[in-house]
Structures are given as structure tokens and as C-alpha cells.
Design a protein around this ligand. Structure first.
Ligand code: ZN
Length: 128
């Protein structure tokens, strides 16, 4: 059977599969995957299916929510920044914005929590 590994506790347990096809996950895997304690174990073996086990789901959900909120916040900053830059018509402002966007992207990547393949709304949180 294909082995699964929980991204929170690192144990070989069955669970909800995470989505590894997103742009964020691919960037994360390239840049920080091996440095991250959470996923450090067995990184040489790439054939693991990364999951979130039932016991870790509440922890995962908390982490994921704060990550998602941060992402929304950063995007809001960038949209606001873009608005200001366009209004000012300054090329320097636009360049600064690109630098800020890159920094925020790195920050986001460092705290990256992958999403699940299934929609969280479809999971009964009270389920045993
Ligand atoms: Zn776990």
C-alpha cells in the first residue's frame, strides 16, 4: 500500500490528502521543503502521500486559517499599493511594490500551510 505521512505530527497515518498541485506548494517544495521541520522527515523518499491525520486536523485547521488570513491581508496590501502606485504614476513606486510583493511572497512561503484536496467546508468538524 502507498504510504501516507501526516504533515503535522509526521507519523505514518491515514488522513485527508493535501493538494500538492498548487503553485504555492510547488514553490514551497522547491524553496523551503527540506528546511521545514514539519516536513523534514523522509524528504528523500518522494513517494509519500502527504496527509493530515484525524488527530491533527484541529491543529492543522487553525494553522491553515491563520495562513489563509495572512494571505488575504498581504493581497489586500498589494492591491492597495498598486492603486497608490498607479495613481501617483511613479515608476519608482511600482518598482518598490514589486520588491514588496516578492518579500511578502517569501514571508508567505515560510509560513505556508498547504490546502487539502477536499474542501474544508465539506468536512464535518465535529466528526469523531
Ligand atoms: Zn498527525
Amino acid at each position: 500500500m502507498h504510504e501516507t505521512r501526516c504533515i503535522i505530527c509526521g507519523k505514518r497515518k491515514p488522513g485527508l490528502e493535501i493538494d500538492t498541485s498548487t503553485f504555492m506548494f510547488k514553490s514551497f517544495k522547491k524553496l523551503v521543503y527540506t528546511k521545514r521541520k514539519l516536513l523534514r522527515q523522509e524528504t528523500k523518499k518522494r513517494d509519500y502521500t502527504l496527509v493530515v491525520c484525524k488527530e491533527c486536523f484541529p491543529t492543522y485547521y487553525k494553522l491553515y486559517r491563520s495562513y489563509r488570513n495572512r494571505k488575504i491581508f498581504y493581497i489586500a496590501i498589494l492591491i492597495l499599493g498598486l492603486f497608490v502606485a498607479v495613481l501617483s504614476g511613479s515608476l519608482a513606486a511600482l518598482l518598490y511594490l514589486i520588491i514588496i510583493a516578492a518579500l511578502l511572497f517569501i514571508l508567505l512561503l515560510l509560513s505556508f500551510i498547504p490546502k487539502l484536496k477536499v474542501k474544508i467546508n465539506h468536512i464535518n468538524l465535529k466528526e469523531k
